[in-house]
Write a protein that binds this ligand. Structure first.
Ligand SMILES: *[C@@H]1O[C@H](CO)[C@@H](O)[C@H](O)[C@H]1NC(C)=O
Length: 421
């Protein structure tokens, strides 16, 4: 049944592939049956080229067979844990194809997603390890879909994490791929999950009383559960930062662009603004505010993700060259000199704008130097608006979280050391 749904939805996206980092830009190489009404003029502007570029096909023919790997997921409230899984998947091949499960399939299997398909696609294709995306992937890999991956998409291996993925009838969702000898496993490493993030948001909502009283009373009773969800298992290591980094400074004569922010709950709006900023120069340096700075400007319950978590999410973005882990609120002359910053940019939808009233302008120095520019934010999504979607549907998410939290707690209690990256 899920497969039928995939069939009916997939035509809008089938054949829409990204080939990132060829010639330094994302190229859209094949565009078959693209439904403009589906995109509604939203997703198209994010793709720089709409015409097939056959040079790529010619180029690839000359190369030796490249190993193509496939990994799928819902990628709802995408975080650095997803990013790290895809990084590991990419390391098992040469080209990584990512299937993003459709809204309908997520609704049917686990309740409404927080982020739309379009937002999830922007997030996933914004990751530096992702080469192609398949939108509206099915929730479970049926034999038919698996054959399609092998034959149409030329996939060599299907990748999944070391956590068991069981179908409603209790069978292993990857049994077919395993039997075909086309399955590879990665280690689930990060101490974060979407469930955990939803927990943090609901706890914050309760504490800050941003929601109406009626909602608050309901949330109150569920406080313990949310608090448990808020506990982070994340252990920041230098190794992970290295794995996420490009490891390169700006080339000689490079034009360095600087953008700063909290980048809390990394979302599609962040990807779009980072992309716009990167296009203004050769090297994008991103300043990530300290937890203390974010709290001072946004309230004590923020940030939802701490500095190291936010840094990894930003580093995983393909448009980012370097991050400052703990940037100051004000852009100083010294910083501009140290990093040879040519341009400082700031988005129009940036959350902090509303809090600037009556406070010192952090961009006085670049403004006086004539190197400041305001960037029109392509999306009006913010950390708060994402959080509000969850608060508005908190009963649904509470239920979903309670169930998932139990299985996640079990996972953390029973987990054993697995060697791997
Ligand atoms: C500093 O940036 C400018 C571009 O704004 C570039 O021309 C110059 O070469 C850079 N300086 C160094 C030492 O790389």
């Amino acid at each position: 049944m899920g497969h039928m749904e995939f069939e009916s939805n997939s035509w809008t996206w089938d054949g829409v592939y990204y080939y990132p980092h060829l010639f330094g830009v994302i190229m859209l190489t094949a565009l078959l049956g693209l439904s403009t009404s589906y995109f509604g003029g939203i997703a198209v502007p994010t793709l720089p080229y709409l015409l097939p570029d056959f040079r790529i096909f010619q180029k690839q023919k000359c190369l030796k067979k490249r190993v193509r790997v496939y990994m799928d997921g819902c990628f709802d409230l995408m975080h650095y844990g997803h990013a790290n899984a895809l990084r590991q998947a990419k390391a098992l091949g040469d080209e990584l194809v990512v299937g993003v499960v459709s809204d309908e399939e997520i609704i049917a299997n686990k309740g409404p997603p927080v982020l739309s398909m379009e937002e999830r696609l922007v997030l996933v294709s914004g990751l530096k390890w992702v080469d192609e995306v398949i939108a509206n992937a099915p929730y479970e890999i049926t034999e038919e879909f698996m054959n399609r991956l092998f034959n149409e998409h030329k996939i060599d291996y299907i990748i999944h994490g070391d956590d068991p993925c069981l179908l409603p009838d209790g069978t292993d969702a990857y049994a077919l791929a395993k039997k075909a000898g086309r399955y590879k496993q990665i280690k689930r490493t990060e101490g974060v999950s979407s469930t955990d993030i939803v927990g943090r948001i609901l706890t914050t909502a309760k504490d800050t009383k941003v929601s109406e009283q009626d909602n608050m009373n309901k949330i109150e009773g569920e406080e313990t559960q949310a608090k448990a969800g808020q506990m982070s298992h994340f252990l920041p290591t230098s190794r992970r930062i290295v794995q996420f980094s490009n490891g390169q400074g700006p080339a000689p004569n490079a034009r360095v662009v600087y953008i700063d922010g909290a980048f809390d709950l990394f979302h599609a709006g962040h990807v779009e603004i980072l992309k716009s900023a990167r296009q203004l120069g050769d090297f994008l340096l991103v300043g990530i505010y300290t937890d203390q700075t974010v709290s001072e400007h946004r309230g004590t319950h923020f940030p939802l993700m701490h500095l190291h978590e936010r840094s990894l999410s930003v580093l995983a973005c393909r448009y980012v060259d370097e991050v400052i882990i703990g940037a100051p609120w004000e852009v100083t002359k010294d910083m501009i000199t140290t990093f040879n910053i040519s341009l400082v940019v700031h988005g129009t939808v940036a959350e902090s704008n509303s809090l600037l009233n009556g406070k010192a302008d952090p961009y006085v120095v670049p403004k006086n130097l004539g190197i400041f520019r305001t960037l029109e934010s392509p999306k009006d999504i913010t950390t708060t608006s994402v959080a509000q979607r969850i608060v508005a549907n908190h009963e649904i998410y509470m239920k979903r979280n309670a169930k998932k939290q139990a299985s996640e707690n079990k996972y953390y209690t029973e987990r054993k050391y697995v060697s791997g990256d």
